[in-house]
Design a protein around this ligand. Structure first.
Ligand SMILES: C[S@@+](CC[C@H](N)C(=O)[O-])C[C@H]1O[C@@H](n2cnc3c(N)ncnc32)[C@H](O)[C@@H]1O
Length: 303
């Protein structure tokens, strides 16, 4: 089985209740966090989502091999989790986790097109049945739209010249074609900097292909209301755009703004922020798993 080292595993599970109940894993991956939840809250029911059918298949095996049967694995975007849970008749859960982004097996299979390190097709879809691929984005979007998304989703300062170079090199066929076009669009100075020159642009295109930020916003708006009293929602993000959405959503649920000193006592916010500052991986974890380097964990608890 292709491996995935779960990030901030103990820290995340440590925040969740240990009572038997219903737990939702919004990003099943290879079931690392899911298994740890079931080990901690023994006898619990797990409901887990993933866009990637391979992840669902492998995790099903893994859960069964470990002796668990009380689970539902669902092939869906986590933005749809609220309506799916309602349809299942679930109106309260004890814990919710989301470990965002792409898993190591997705990155490490050149065929999936996520990585600038392997030559592969321009795909980047987590859900291989969805219509929008990286190939369509790089070959069909107008230059201005491409430049805007590279700037916004990649936080890439040289977005304009990169978009220009991509358009000039059309049609692009493989990830290495894209890497070359990106390099040509970057200044000499920035090519000398640490880190891969295509990292930000690949991130941007991946976010666009999978509609990642829209799904995250919807999920953050709707999932917390499923928490029962004492239930916890924990989210691990991997870049600043994700983290900002998580931070703002959790803050608005746990802080009542704008109460005046001479006004009536403010209503109590229904959630407690468990992480005033995000929890970061330890040095050891970052050394053992470079993917963990940018991870940030935030959590809220239903009062
Ligand atoms: C970082 S991995 C999760 C790893 C998992 N926690 C583990 O320990 O094995 C993220 C997973 O979430 C899935 N994913 C990302 N965005 C999603 C979304 N909007 N809806 C459903 N699944 C999503 C990806 O396909 C990937 O398998």
């Amino acid at each position: 089985m292709s491996g995935h080292k779960s990030v901030l595993l103990e820290e995340t599970i440590g925040l969740l209740p240990s009572r038997e109940g219903t737990y939702v894993d919004l990003t099943l991956g290879r079931a690392g966090h899911s298994l740890a939840i079931l080990e901690k809250a023994k006898g619990s029911r797990l409901i887990a989502f993933d866009l990637d059918e391979e992840a669902l298949r492998e995790s099903r095996e893994r859960l069964l091999e470990n002796g668990y049967q009380n689970f539902d694995l669902i092939h869906a975007n986590f933005a749809e989790a609220p309506s799916i849970l309602m349809e299942m008749g679930i109106d309260g859960v004890d814990g919710i986790i989301a470990d965002l982004g792409v898993s190591s097996p997705q990155f490490d299979e050149g065929e999936r097109g996520f990585s600038y390190r392997y030559d592969g097709p321009l795909d980047m879809r987590m859900d291989t049945s969805s219509p929008l691929t990286a190939e369509k984005v790089v070959n069909e979007y107008e230059e201005a739209a491409l430049s805007r998304l590279i700037y916004l989703y990649g936080e890439e300062r040289e977005a304009r010249s990169i978009a220009h170079s991509i358009v000039k090199h059309r049609p692009l066929k493989t990830t290495f074609d894209l890497v070359e076009a990106i390099k040509e669009g970057k200044s000499k100075k920035s090519l000398l900097k640490k880190g891969h020159p295509a990292k930000q642009t690949f991130q941007a295109i991946r976010i666009e292909v999978n509609g990642e930020l829209d799904s995250l916003e919807t999920m953050l708006k709707e999932m917390p209301s499923f928490l029962r009293e004492g239930g916890v929602m924990a989210v691990i993000s991997f870049h600043s755009l994700e983290d900002r959405l998580v931070k703002d959503a959790f803050k608005s649920l746990s802080v009542i703004e704008g109460s005046r000193i001479d006004g009536p006592l403010p209503e109590e916010a229904p959630y407690r922020l468990l992480t005033k500052k995000p929890i970061l991986p330890s040095e050891e974890e970052m050394i053992a798993n470079p993917r963990a380097k940018s991870a940030k964990l935030r959590a809220i608890e239903r009062k």
